[in-house]
Write a protein that binds this ligand. Structure first.
Ligand code: NAP
Length: 332
């Protein structure tokens, strides 16, 4: 194989992205120099945070460049080069997704054992989204046994882990919200005590019915109306891990909600934003505990797999529209 195909950002989306914002480009498969590896990507991750990087705005990650390949989490097999103890045939996790072949500095590649779990798991349940759930719930929100936990985006990669980890760590009641009847049914199968489709009516009413004794921990993946409803439902000294606000990633106006932030004072609530990258210290403990639960059959994970690098933009757009159950991945 001498041709590599990759996805470039052709233009910056205004509001909702469309297929026209992306371009499929063919290049030569690169040749590694000293200290470099060429990796044939097997799976690439598409993630909500990538939407922010499509804007030309200052953020905690730099914007994607126009007319250049996008990047992001990926896993694949080294097909050329040898450095840092990594050699041809090894499976490595790295940050140059959205392309079939990646030319990497070997120091930017993390070898993983492909016999422990399917390689795709290292982009989800055992990877960035799994660690986000683990760190956000246990460290940021400091969930305690007996707590009532509410998680939005509950059928997604992060949310489905939050709910299950909460149950495994002794939460008293776990409530999830998601965007379809099928997703709500899946949450019941995953062991959530209650779940609702947020399209069915005001989130505030559905949450009140699902958590009549209030919420101690809110894991926010959505923002807006969900955050307002959670603030209304939270008990004294409640803690919220503010992980994401996907309801506003494509909005061109600031969200109207939450309109009840003042409740934070009287209820002595903690609303704490976090980035998974700041919680790498938990990685060892996270992998050991989650891999154990997987082995024992105590934890399940879903993946929605789209085939072909040419379909990566469609996978990303589908993720933003809620077409995924669990982790959205592209199989290259
Ligand atoms: P995901 O939940 O697997 O996929 C995104 C989901 O968001 C969709 O499936 C869709 O599900 C839901 N959604 C889209 N628009 C929505 C809206 N207007 N209202 C409610 N739900 C909506 O994605 P993920 O990778 O697990 O990420 C989940 C959240 O965590 C995102 O906000 C992301 O930015 C954030 N995150 C943060 C960090 C961090 O370090 N802070 C790390 C990873 C992810 P429905 O069908 O249910 O609508």
């Amino acid at each position: 194989m001498s041709t590599n195909r990759e996805i470039h950002l052709a233009s910056r989306p205004q509001g909702w992205p469309t297929a026209d914002n992306f371009r499929l480009v063919s290049t030569e498969v690169p040749t590694p120099g000293p200290g470099q590896l060429v990796v044939r990507n097997q799976f690439i991750s598409v993630d909500p945070y990538m939407r922010g990087r499509m804007n030309d705005a200052t953020s905690y990650v730099p914007p994607f460049a126009l007319d250049a390949p996008l990047d992001g989490g990926a896993i694949g097999e080294v097909v050329a080069g040898e450095a840092n103890g990594i050699t041809v045939g090894d499976t490595v996790l790295h940050g140059l997704g959205w392309r079939e072949y990646a030319l990497l500095d070997a120091r930017a590649a993390r070898p993983v054992d492909p016999t422990v779990a399917p390689v795709s798991a290292y982009l989800g349940v055992l990877g960035m989204t799994g660690l986000t759930a683990y760190a956000g719930l246990l460290e940021v929100a400091a969930m305690k046994p007996g707590d009532t936990v509410f998680v939005s985006g509950a059928a997604g990669a992060v949310g489905s882990m939050v709910g299950q980890i909460a149950k495994l760590r002794g939460a008293g009641r776990v409530v999830g919200s998601a965007g379809s009847k099928a997703k709500v049914q899946r949450l019941a199968a995953l062991g959530f005590d209650a779940a609702f489709d947020y399209h069915d009516g005001p989130v505030r009413d559905a949450l009140k019915a699902a958590a009549p004794d209030g919420v101690d921990v809110y894991f926010d993946n959505v923002g807006g109306e969900h955050l307002e409803a959670a603030i209304a439902a939270m008990n004294l000294h409640g803690r919220a891990a503010i992980c994401g606000m996907i309801a506003q990633y494509n909005a061109d106006q600031p969200p109207a909600a939450p309109r009840n932030l003042a409740l934070v004072i009287g209820k002595r609530l903690t609303l704490r934003g976090f980035l998974v990258g700041d919680h790498g210290n938990l990685r060892g403990q996270f992998v050991t505990e989650v891999a154990g639960w997987l082995r024992e059959g105590k934890l399940s994970y879903d993946e929605t797999v789209v085939d072909g690098i040419e379909n990566a933009p469609a996978a990303f757009l589908g993720l933003m529209r809620g077409e995924n159950l669990g982790k959205m991945l592209v199989r290259v």
